[in-house]
Write a new protein. Structure first.
Length: 294
């Protein structure tokens, strides 16, 4: 964290707790019926996408935690670029089994998909979840070739909490400790992400995160150094929660010329990422552009 940052001075700190909850409680905004249907759809679309797809499911990527990832859409005798997708669920829900709905589309476009699990809160702290996410990136760099992946062409993306984790792989300062090049993540595409998590200290989410404002600041990618800024599409749904819309706009400005802000019309927090299953969608075209641009 920048020494000049005052961890207590964050955008929206003057709002009431009820106002902050409304800004970040996208499940309540969607309603339980729609939320439940979309969670079922995540799993059904993921199951259909990987059915019969070549890959390497259930690979342990982090010996310390025992967490696993799936690799889908590889090709015999070929090293493919890869898209690593980090699931959302406010760091306490969902899994890699719900998160491969883009795998068939990408396979047909010559791209592999990597979907890691991470230990969910409150069993794991957010610091540990970030560590595991970075360990998954390190696994691709070290072992990707053995599994049909070109480790020099990795794009990372994720939705909601996964958008936060995506950005925590984009910032600097952690790669050297894992023996990785600074540019190990070539490009990124966070969806409806959280880039300054200090507001969550006063939101219901903190029931399982247990953060104070200083820890939240240290885990906020918008506040962390990044000498190298990879190409990034910051995607957010038109009908997203106001907190996610504000944070996406602010992070895109913060990331500067390397970032493009994409507000996806007609979508909400939970269905915007499902557009990745459609090769003709705006978000899929943007992702493929990140993968293919040198």
């Amino acid at each position: 964290m920048d020494d000049l940052v005052d961890p207590e001075d964050w955008p929206g700190r003057d709002r009431s707790d009820a106002e902050l909850d409304a800004a970040y409680n996208v499940r309540a905004k969607a309603g339980e019926e729609l939320f439940g249907r979309l969670m079922v759809r995540y799993r059904e679309m993921s199951d259909a996408a990987v059915d019969g797809l070549p890959g390497h499911p259930g690979v342990v990527y982090d010996e310390a935690s025992g967490e696993r990832l799936d690799v889908w859409g590889v090709a015999e005798g070929d090293l493919r670029p890869a898209f690593m997708f980090l699931h959302g669920g406010y760091w306490r829900a969902l899994s890699r089994a719900d998160s491969a709905f883009m795998a068939r589309m990408l396979h047909e476009q010559g791209v592999a998909t990597v979907v890691p699990d991470y230990t969910l809160a409150p069993e794991a702290t957010l610091e540990e979840i970030v560590r595991q996410t970075r360990a998954a990136v390190a696994w691709v760099y070290r072992h990707g070739r053995e599994h049909g992946i070109d480790p020099g062409r990795l794009v990372v993306g994720g939705s909601s909490a996964g958008g936060h984790l995506t950005a925590m792989t984009m910032v600097g300062g952690w790669q050297r400790g894992l023996g990785l090049p600074e540019d190990v993540v070539k490009a990124a595409m966070p969806f409806s992400g959280l880039f300054d998590i200090r507001p969550l200290v006063r939101v219901y989410v903190n029931e399982w995160l247990g953060l104070d404002v200083r820890r939240a600041a240290a885990l906020s990618p918008e506040l962390l150094p990044a000498e190298r800024r990879c190409r990034t599409v910051v995607a957010v749904a038109e009908h997203d929660g106001s907190g996610f819309l504000e944070q996406s706009r602010r992070f895109a400005r913060h990331w500067g010329p390397a970032a493009e802000l994409m507000v996806v019309e007609g979508r909400d927090h939970f269905d915007v990422v499902l557009d990745l299953a459609d090769p003709a969608s705006r978000v899929s075209r943007a992702l493929l552009g990140l993968v293919r641009e040198p």
